[in-house]
Write a protein that binds this ligand. Sequence first.
Ligand SMILES: NC(=O)c1ccc[n+]([C@@H]2O[C@H](COP(=O)([O-])OP(=O)(O)OC[C@H]3O[C@@H](n4cnc5c(N)ncnc54)[C@H](OP(=O)(O)O)[C@@H]3O)[C@@H](O)[C@H]2O)c1
Length: 342
Amino acid sequence: MQTYYERDADFGLIRDKTTVAILGYGSQGHAHALNLQDSGAQNVVIGLRSGSANREKARAAGLKVLDMAEAVQQADVAAIMIPDEYHAALYRDVLAPNLKEGAALCFAHGLAVHFGYVSARSDLDVFLVAPKGPGHGLRAVFEKGGGLPCLFAVAQDATGLARDLAMAYAAGIGCGRAGMIETTFGEECITDMFGEQTVLCGGLPYLVLAAFETLVEAGYTPEMAYFECLHEVKLIVDLFYTGGLKDMCHSISTTAEYGGHLTGARIVNDQTKAEMKRILEDIQNGGFPKKLMEDAGAGNPDLLARRKLMLDHPIEAAGEKVRALMPWLRENRLVKESGKRD
Ligand SMILES: NC(=O)c1ccc[n+]([C@@H]2O[C@H](COP(=O)([O-])OP(=O)(O)OC[C@H]3O[C@@H](n4cnc5c(N)ncnc54)[C@H](OP(=O)(O)O)[C@@H]3O)[C@@H](O)[C@H]2O)c1
């Protein structure tokens, strides 16, 4: 693994003369824009659709807001910070006709380029800077003086500067404080989607829901089930996040550890691993990206139905009650404002 730091990057490439147009002001967009601005970048502009509710938010943060096409015309670096399923249309309708010759396209995820939904003009640099965490975390850590690690990669180097620009951009959003790891678009997006599906956003939340349901169906109170199956996840994850599984084994009781060893392999067994291999293949061969694009093209009916089922789950009501016992959790929420996910 090749890792670089702030000292390896030349942020001057971006700081003074480069206009960076951040297209989209959501999770990643707001964090990239504000971190770049606080790092001293002189020319950060935000490109948004007309009627975007985020225009005022960006202006209030001291940023210049333009229509998408206008922002793209000014850009030396256009950073595409809108959902992956809309990258192809944005490139076709706004970026390709408006980007100046020799400009750069910056992605935060490699999906659209790796799977061929965007094929950039040959005069453009195409690079990727993918922070290893949500935008709100990227911003929060930066404000405390730190940074999240990121992956960076170059898909097209038309000017000979693509890699230097990628590192400068990554340093500007604070990732050089933690470590900038060089990879490829393919490796970044496939491992990212696999992790999201099998652990982070698929495996873990659905494991929590199934465990919660099991306790509640057996007659135990929902709040108790919430504590045991969701609330404590963070306490355990914090142990192995900061100090590896060794810290978890050190800190938990013998009862917890022995029970976990005996049952972990019953829950996550050969069948689970075989399914994980099929999930990986479905990502590698473009099956999942195709489903994502098709659902988005139809207005996200499947996504919205599945999201509704999750948010209507009784665990949410139990969570409201339990979190009310701990007001500091509300104060520490990473997502502070209403958005598409609320
Ligand atoms: N979120 C993460 O944790 C994370 C982590 C690493 C990488 N990434 C990558 O970062 C990129 C951005 O993801 P995100 O989660 O930050 O996105 P997001 O929060 O959903 O982006 C919201 C922004 O995108 C704009 N937008 C949505 N659809 C649009 C469309 N069809 N045309 C123009 N603008 C549109 C919204 O416009 P309005 O202002 O008009 O609503 C808003 O400004 C993706 O490539 C993603 O894979 C995300």
